[in-house]
Design a protein around this ligand. Structure first.
Ligand SMILES: *Cc1c(COP(=O)(O)O)cnc(C)c1O
Length: 410
């Protein structure tokens, strides 16, 4: 082990230290700090005997053929495993959606029932009802907030459940420890889309999940210049994940792996900053007459805050607010008037983004907007999701302020 990259791998280290040191094995980096970008499809063997020897050891850390990776990808996998307590390994995928698909394909077989949280974002939902249904898997959606009713959703054929916590649009925080305990009692495998919090904010395997999935496109990349995904699991499910990914030919480019690793090193400082900035903006929005609801789990008084405070060790810059008494035209004028926020999908980059959304169009198993809002009377149902980047908080608040003014000019 290189001096400066931690000597004792087993010693308990803080998360920031693990982020700084993960994957920096001397044989992968020496003499530089970062693992270089190892481009290459063919790996050469010195002798035929060496080739045969390698054949039996295909996997991380063994040169064999480009599809099985090189030190650039292995270092990223190892660093991600290092920050997910309980993980035996991490598989990389070319996108977050590929990670969700790869993890589900690893555990599901025709005839199985897959439970999907009703707050899952659309590509996960449509993967379940489209691709997976085509392969003979039956998707069923459930209300993530109905902990007591969860056991009734499970039948003999239920193989796995997919959580997304908090929901990346509607921000409900469900009781993952309780739900995964029920799943485990029934022999159901728990997968979670952990992109919002990452293991820094939600150590998913410690909270009862079997497979923890992330879109690395968001916080890990952090600079809106790459697409990638990961799935981490303990010793029971990691080999299955790995095998399935290899059979499906999943591979990430070494250039992108190097970028993701670079992003990972600064991830905690970026997350801390965005969380604080988002909290300040969310608090300010709470004071505005144009706003009916602020949905930001790290904010005291926001729906789900109590469970968030119990289960999470950090947040991020992504949250949602609901306009009060306005029309879709008002909402479009608001986002069009923003000068520092881009309009776009994705999040977790250094730049702030705003996205109008209407979850009621896709939900099937639970009410949105929540009944308690009385939204039918007030019309308070138009959502705007903000991804807070690294700009000055005051500039972002001033931008929202002028956009609210512009919104009401017909
Ligand atoms: C963006 C996103 C993904 C998918 O990530 P890609 O890398 O864009 O494929 C998965 N889950 C959530 C919650 C996301 O927001």
């Amino acid at each position: 082990m290189t001096k400066g990259a931690g000597k004792d791998k087993k010693k308990n280290k803080g998360i920031a230290t693990r982020l700084a040191e993960g994957g920096r094995r001397a044989e992968w980096t020496a003499p530089v700090v970062n693992p270089p970008v190892w481009r290459g499809s063919t790996h050469l063997f010195a002798t035929d005997a060496e080739r045969k020897k390698a054949l039996g050891k295909i996997g991380d850390g063994q040169f064999f053929y480009g599809r099985h990776g090189s030190p650039t990808q292995w270092a990223l996998s190892e660093a991600l495993t290092d920050i997910e307590p309980g993980a035996a390994g991490t598989v990389l995928y070319p996108s977050g959606v590929a990670a969700i698909a790869g993890a589900l394909m690893a555990v599901l077989r025709p005839g199985d029932v897959l439970l999907v949280t009703d707050n899952a974002y659309d590509p996960s939902r449509s993967m379940a009802t489209g691709l997976l249904a085509d392969f003979g898997v039956e998707p069923r959606f459930f209300d993530p907030m109905d902990t007591h009713g969860f056991a009734d959703q499970i039948c003999e054929r239920t193989k796995a459940v997919l959580f997304e916590n908090p929901g990346s649009l509607t921000m409900e925080v469900c009781d993952v420890p309780a739900l995964t305990a029920i799943a485990r009692q029934h022999g159901v495998i728990s997968l979670i889309d952990n992109t919002w919090a990452s293991p820094i904010g939600f150590p998913a395997l410690e909270r009862g999940c079997d497979i923890s999935i992330m879109s690395l496109t968001k916080h890990v990349g952090g600079h809106s210049d790459l697409l990638m995904g990961s799935a981490s699991a303990g010793a029971k499910y990691f080999p299955r994940l790995k095998r399935t990914a290899q059979k499906m030919g999943q591979v990430v480019s070494p250039d992108d792996a190097a970028l993701a690793l670079r992003g990972l090193r600064t991830m905690k400082v970026r997350l801390d900053h965005s969380t604080q900035s988002a909290l300040a903006i969310a608090k300010w929005l709470q004071t505005r007459s144009e706003v009916a609801h602020v949905l930001c789990p790290p904010l005291a008084g926001s729906p789900g805050h109590d469970v968030w405070a119990r289960d999470f060790t950090g947040g991020c810059g992504l949250f949602t607010f609901i306009l009060k008494g306005r029309t879709p035209q008002h909402r479009s004028r608001f986002v069009d008037a923003l000068e520092h926020f881009g309009i776009g999908y994705s999040w977790g980059g250094y730049e702030s983004l705003a996205l109008p959304f209407d979850p009621e169009d896709i939900r099937t198993a639970s009410d949105w907007p929540p009944v308690r809002w009385n939204a039918d009377e007030t019309g308070d149902r138009l959502g705007i999701r903000l991804s807070i980047g690294l700009e000055d908080t005051d500039d972002l608040i001033a931008d929202c302020k002028q956009a609210f003014a512009a919104m009401d000019i017909e």
